[in-house]
Every structure is written in structure tokens, then in C-alpha cells.
Ligand binder design. Sequence first.
Ligand code: NAD
Ligand code: MG
Length: 330
Amino acid sequence: MANIYYDEDVDLDILTGKKIAVIGYGSQGHAHAGNLKDSGLDVVVGLRPDSASREIAEKDGHQVLDTAQAAQAGDIIMILVPDEKQKKAYDEEIVGGLEAGKALAFAHGFNIHFDQIVPPADVDVFMVAPKGPGHLVRRVYNEGGGVPCLLALHQDATGKAKDIALAYARGLGGTRAGVIETTFKEETETDLFGEQVVLCGGLSELVRAGFDTLVEAGYQPEIAYFECMHELKLIVDLMYEGGIKYMRFSVSDTAQFGDITRGRRVINEKVRGEMKNILAEVQSGKFAREWIQENENRREVFDALTKKDEEHLIEQVGEKLRGMMRWIKK
Ligand code: NAD
Ligand code: MG
């Protein structure tokens, strides 16, 4: 079982007198900078001179510097730039600010695990990865809670990397909910697998396949939308609150009987076999190479496939129906 850390296990004092440079002010960046500052820590935000986020970060009360200056100023440099842009930002703007004894930090292991960024041996390298989107990391902190985080060490040059990483996680609010120790390898591979097979890839294709099956059989697309897409949130909320068991307790016995007798016919041995193939591509680095290459090819496949899916009937039907549900945020 994993090591899990809570507030009482962690001393924030190790960060006294240290400056934290948060590079990037997007989903994660704004949440890290805001939470750490509200925890009493010394934060500076690093952005490009032409960044649209500069004004927002300043309005939120942060000191903003150019990325290279922030990297110079920071004792701990947290890289919260999109993963596919991190290598370039590191090579051109961040590595120059590294000195022996500083710490380089990440919220996802991709670039370290797949050797896109190879930091000098005399700096600490750690990961604090919140298991939730940035707006939640900020909101839950403001409400007095925290989003659980993963913590991993890649290099411990100072002998204090773990204590520094834990203190960072505490500043972020993570230890209010629990910080689980992992490795860069485990975080990166499970994160990629999860988003490909279950969360993003598997789920969106399951929804579309169910929708298509009903529409092709002659049912109204609006009915198919409600059945295969809209109701998903209610089901997932129940699973989030109390597990699959609680979801089954809440739905009707008819629904539960259909679930337990039919679910395995949809997600069958062939599907599980394909999950293993996808995991193998993640582990071997095949997926990472394909994604790095895709970015070098100006994202031709990415753009074409995204456009194709956006033209699917479920998007048009959904847009019309959601337009009538005013409580759903745009
Ligand atoms: P994002 O796209 O929301 O924000 C990226 C920010 O980086 C923007 O403010 C952009 O202006 C800035 N930026 C781009 N190039 C820059 C440069 N050279 N110098 C300084 N700033 C630059 O990205 P995000 O979703 O917050 O992801 C950041 C990291 O957090 C990634 O490693 C990602 O895997 C990880 N992460 C994201 C989530 C999530 O839910 N979004 C969850 C956990 C971990
Ligand atoms: Mg993820």
C-alpha cells in the first residue's frame, strides 16, 4: 500500500526564505501560485513578455517576471507550461536559472520520464501533481479543503528534496486531503493510460457508440443524447461519492440487472486485450514518440481528428439541448 501524507506529517518551515517561481499561469499555474501565496509562501510568476496571462496574474496580486528572470529568482522552479512546450521553455529560458541546490518541479512526469528534459545532477527534481483540474485546486483550497496530490522524487541532490516537495504540497493544500507517494514512471504511465483508455478516449467513444447505435436504429437523436450523454453525469457523481456499489444502490433494480448482466458484453475480453496493447505503447515510449512527432508535424493528425469528431451529430444535438438548460455553464 502507498505512503500517504497529511498536514500533521509536514513542516512548512523548510520553505521559509525560499522563493517559488511558478512558470505559466494557466489551469494549474494560477492555482499553485494563488494557494502557495495564501499559505504565506514567497511566490513569483514567470511568463513570456507577450503572454495574455500577465495582466490576470498581476490583477490576482502576483509579482510577474519574464520566464528567464523568474527562473533566476526562484529557489524552487515549478514548470506549469503545457507538456509539449516544456522542453523548449526549459532549454531556452529555464535551465540558465538553475544553480546547485535549487529545485526543479513538475505537475506531470512526461518530460522527465521520457528524457525530454534532463536536469543537471546538482538540483533536486520532484513532482507534486494535483489529481484534479486547476480551478478545483484553487476553489477547494479557498473552501478550506484540498485536492489530493501525487508526490515523486527524481533527484535528491540536497538530501531534503522530499521535505521540500511535501512542504510544497502542503502549501498547495494537498496534504489537507492526502498526498500519495509515487514515482515519475508510475505517475506518467498511469496518467497517460487513464486518459486514453477510460477518462477521455474510452469514455467519449463509449458515449458516441451508444448514441450512434440508437440513432441508426431509428430513435430520435435528442432521446439518444439524454440516454447516452446527459445522464452520464448523474451516474459518475454517484460513483465519485460512494463507488460503483453506491451507484448500483441508487439506480433501479432493473438498471442494476441490465448493468451486471450486459456490461461485460460491451467491455469484453477483446476490449481488455486492447487496453493491454495501449498500456504497452505507453510503457515502451511509442505513444510519447508519436505525440512529440505530431507536435513537430504542426499537429496535422490532431487537428484533422478533432475537427472530424466536432462535426459528429451528437455535438449539434447537444448544443441545441444544452442551450435550453440554462444552469449549465457555457
Ligand atoms: P495550461 O495550458 O492551462 O497553461 C499553460 C500556461 O503556460 C499558460 O499560462 C501559457 O501562457 C504558459 N506558457 C506557455 N509557454 C510559456 C513559457 N515559455 N514561459 C512561461 N509560460 C508559458 O496548462 P496546464 O493544464 O495548467 O498544465 C500545466 C502542467 O500541469 C502540465 O504539466 C500538465 O500535465 C499538468 N497538470 C494539468 C492538470 C489539468 O487538469 N490541467 C492536472 C494535473 C497536472
Ligand atoms: Mg491525468
